[in-house]
Design a protein around this ligand. Structure first.
Ligand code: HEM
Ligand code: HEM
Length: 184
């Protein structure tokens, strides 16, 4: 199970550090870092890699029957850490302009993070072993059944938003690299 809020504190710390770096770049260059120049571009790429890890690693560990590296709970903590820090970097990458498809991708990223917090709340209502397996047969059976149904319902929202996010992000990246980087 998820114990405490460790991953949320670490994500918050990462956001403070990234904001400090972002502020230092603004102080040095006297402009908001443009999305297509070194800092803005770099932070977009690193943030996107974090988001790709969020999308894939926890699911791979959850479904893998042969390789069982690390506890599921640790992978979920890592999922939440990269799922907050990654979109935050991507937000700073945008240079606060949200035109066209890239703007839509940003909106999906914000929605999935908010949805993640809702899922995290429901998830922590279901008692689990340290490795994340559900524990059956506890006192308030009905309430727990309800949390499971809610989590299943929540999956049907969180997962398609993730897919829409990556489809639109890949189109944006392809178009941005072609028009803003290669044709420059
Ligand atoms: C989920 C990931 C990403 C999101 C949500 C996102 C979003 C955005 C947004 C909102 C803008 C500003 C658009 C505007 O001018 O109105 C932008 C610009 C840009 N992005 Fe991204 N971005 C992401 C990842 C990336 C990655 C990984 C790259 C590069 C490999 C990239 C390359 C660029 C470039 C070059 C621009 C500047 C385009 C221009 O100056 O016309 N983006 N992005
Ligand atoms: C880039 C952002 C994110 C993406 C792309 C993403 C994607 C996903 C995907 C694909 C799953 C399904 C895993 C599976 O069952 O195989 C999932 C589950 C989950 N995510 Fe996220 N997520 C993101 C951010 C977050 C955040 C910020 C939180 C919490 C604050 C969060 C909490 C959860 C929880 C609790 C689950 C359910 C775990 C389970 O039922 O086993 N996610 N996410």
């Amino acid at each position: 199970m998820l114990r405490g809020n460790r991953e949320l504190w670490l994500a918050f710390l990462a956001m403070v550090l990234i904001t400090g770096l972002y502020g230092a770049v603004i102080a040095a260059t006297r402009e908001v870092p443009p999305a297509s120049e070194l800092f803005g571009h770099g932070i977009g790429i690193v943030g996107f890699i974090f988001m790709l890890m969020t999308e894939t690693l926890y699911s791979l560990r959850k479904r893998s029957r042969t390789v069982r590296w690390g506890r599921m709970s640790t992978w979920l903590e890592f999922h939440i850490f990269t799922g907050i820090a990654g979109p935050y970097m991507v937000l700073l990458h945008t240079s606060w302009k949200f035109n066209g498809l890239a703007g839509v991708s940003t909106l999906f990223a914000i929605i999935i993070v908010v949805s993640g917090f809702v899922g995290r709340y429901i998830f922590t209502r279901i008692p689990r072993t340290l490795d994340g397996l559900e524990i059956e047969g506890t006192l308030s059976q009905e309430a727990l059944k309800h949390a499971r149904t809610l989590l299943a319902l929540w999956h049907t929202v969180h997962i398609p938003i993730g897919m829409a996010l990556f489809v639109s992000a890949f189109v944006h990246i392809g178009a941005a690299l072609y028009y803003a980087t290669l044709l420059k």
